[in-house]
Design a protein around this ligand. Structure first.
Ligand SMILES: Cc1cc2nc3c(=O)[nH]c(=O)nc-3n(C[C@H](O)[C@H](O)[C@H](O)COP(=O)(O)O)c2cc1C
Length: 434
């Protein structure tokens, strides 16, 4: 009897057994010392939840919206490159699992299955993630292809114009498909399921790029192309022409600093951007940057309700999801959690990942005394255990007599000004007695 899947860690351990080392390591690693990668997960554990009792817990609802789209639970699958190397046809399988679960799937520019291929094998619109390359003609056409495939949001990633280094990728000689070195062949010999899957598919290279970008027709021309293509000159001004070409919902990914969040909010003020994602790319870029959950409150405080705030980084449980929501995120993206599911069990593993998170989120919400996920706010957290926005901390240092006179606080109240996510009022959020 196979061991039941109880949590995301079960999926990670199974993926580590089944996925060739070079691709498992590619997912389970961060830049340089991996301090930010570790902090993304560790900083969640410090935040404590308030257990509430004797409140009606019937008729609970996890349904919400992200960029105005209905979601069965406030979770989207993050864009991840090379997903089709965790498991044959990985992007198609993950997109199908997401569709069945009623959550958005985001296809990376650096995917193995192409935009058209994923669209042909799914019915729900998915989101497309864009990296901006120097070859603007190629990027323009890529945006057009996402439009033609009926993608319902464009996720523009801003934090990877130059590449951080992951030591394991250098040591493993990461490439797609793997080079037939002695070490790789020995490792592949221990992964028969993966090899069989790969022998049964033609999708083994970057589907969005090969045959579409000028001078890229095979894998060797591709590596030279990617190394020189990420555009270090990308600026806030580029977001405008991208929006013009795209025309639909635009999500800005990779915001970690309140000043950058302010830029994104200005783009929202002028109708260009719809949401930002607080993200450090899963700790894969700037090692030494703050964790995403640490950065979240200051960004929520900086932008108020001018732009929807989403977050990712370190989400491994439903408790992590609810903590991010409590600190002002409208929804979260999951990266490694679903990749481990995919590597472990293919489509069934991604479904298992979403099921685990759904159940944990539901039970956690109930035990915190809530029934509706859109009404989660920081009152479910134990004071003093969660990161504060600098402005909120400064507010707390004011004498109580002054606090009541600030905007957002009622006269005489010592409560911090509420941090809002669009469309919901945290002060009306909790059931009576909470
Ligand atoms: C293996 C891997 C590949 C990734 N590739 C991309 C990518 O192509 N585009 C992108 O915007 N983000 C990429 N990311 C970052 C994720 O979108 C997301 O920000 C991150 O995984 C969230 O952290 P988590 O894995 O702890 O959930 C990648 C992350 C991983 C783990």
């Amino acid at each position: 009897m196979p061991k039941p899947i109880t949590c995301i860690e079960d999926l990670r351990l199974l993926a580590r057994r089944r996925v060739p080392r070079m691709f498992y390591d590619y997912a389970d690693s961060g830049a340089w010392t991996e301090s930010t990668y570790r902090a993304n997960e560790a900083d969640f554990t410090r935040i404590k939840l308030r257990q509430r009792v004797a409140v009606d817990m019937t008729d609970r609802s996890l349904g919400s919206t992200m960029v105005g789209q209905k979601v069965a639970l406030p979770i989207a699958l993050a864009p991840t490159g090379l997903t089709g190397m965790q498991h044959a046809d990985g992007e198609i399988l993950a997109a199908r699992a997401a569709e069945k679960a009623g959550v958005p799937f985001t296809l990376s520019t650096m995917s193995i299955c192409s935009i058209e291929d994923v669209a042909a094998h799914t019915t729900a619109p998915f989101w497309f993630q864009l990296y901006v390359m120097r070859d603007r003609d190629f990027i323009g056409k890529l945006i057009d292809r996402a439009k033609a495939a009926r993608c319902s949001a464009l996720v523009l990633t801003l934090d990877l114009q130059i590449l951080g280094q992951r030591h394991k990728d250098v040591v493993n000689g990461l490439s797609t498909p793997p080079k037939p070195t002695f070490a790789n062949l020995v490792n592949l010999a221990t992964k028969p399921r993966w090899c069989l899957g790969m022998l049964g598919t033609k999708r083994r290279s970057f589907g969005n790029i090969v045959g579409h970008a000028a001078n890229v027709s095979n894998v060797s021309s591709l590596s030279a192309w990617t190394a020189e293509q990420f555009d270090p000159k990308l600026s806030w001004d580029d977001v405008r022409w991208i929006k013009d070409r795209w025309g639909g919902k635009l999500i800005i990914k990779g915001i970690l600093d309140p000043e950058d969040a302010e830029q994104a909010a200005r783009l929202a003020d002028s109708g260009i951007a719809d949401a930002l994602v607080v993200s450090n790319h899963g700790g894969r870029q700037l090692d030494g940057a703050v964790s995403s959950i640490e950065a979240l409150p200051a960004i929520v405080a900086a932008v108020g309700d001018r732009i929807e705030v989403l977050m990712d980084g370190g989400i491994r449980s439903g408790q992590d999801v609810i903590k991010a929501l409590a600190l002002g995120a409208r929804g979260v993206f999951i990266g490694r959690a679903f990749l481990y599911g995919l590597g472990a069990l293919g489509e069934a593993g991604v479904t298992a990942c979403i099921d685990v998170l759904r159940k944990e989120l539901d039970v956690t919400m109930a035990l915190c005394g809530l029934r509706d996920v859109t009404r989660v706010d920081r009152r479910i957290l134990v004071e003093g255990t969660y990161p504060q926005a600098a402005s909120a901390a400064a507010f707390e240092s004011l004498p109580a007599s002054l606090q009541g006179s600030l905007p957002g606080s009622s006269p005489g109240s010592t409560q911090r000004p509420a941090q809002r996510t669009p469309g919901y009022d945290p002060l009306a959020a909790l059931p009576a007695g909470h």
